[in-house]
Design a protein. Sequence first.
Length: 198
Amino acid sequence: MTAAPRTSEYPIDKQFLERWSPRAFTQQPVTEEQILTVLEAARWAPSASNLQPWRFFYGLRGTPEFDTLLSLLVPFNEGWAKEAGALIFIASVTTFDGERQNITNSFDAGSSFMSLSLQAHSLGLVAHGMAGIEYDKAPAVLGLPQNLKIEAAVAIGHQGDASSLADFLQTRETPSVRLPLSDIVFNGHFTGEIKAPA
């Protein structure tokens, strides 16, 4: 399916319009160097007081590490993410001293995801973030301490053809649009209503 090109209301760098999250992957491998390159970009994301409250776990397809991470996805995501070249799990540090809560841990981890996603795009790869994770199971399997919280998983690889997906996913394999700025941006105070995308 070919979608119309995304457009913005104001001029922005093309990378923001070109980046999207396919589910179809080819069998072309992703190298460890490529994964460490996207994680290098994530390392340089904005960080509250330079706390850098993110930790990453990765596995390349064909390795036990990949299979472990794959097993922590919900069945829906596992069904298509098994074809990705690599999987990454992003965790955030909730506290560094056991007393003070790091209140922006999820926000900062999210910024690291955007950095790695744009770096993947610049390498000719695609990255698809997922919240469909077995959150109750993941800490024990990954050996996480209590102050590490799993935030999201990311499938990374070379974009494949939509025909490789299950029929019900093929129609969704297209760049999504965004709500207009007028629905999400307010000058000084809230004046609208909360709307979900159509």
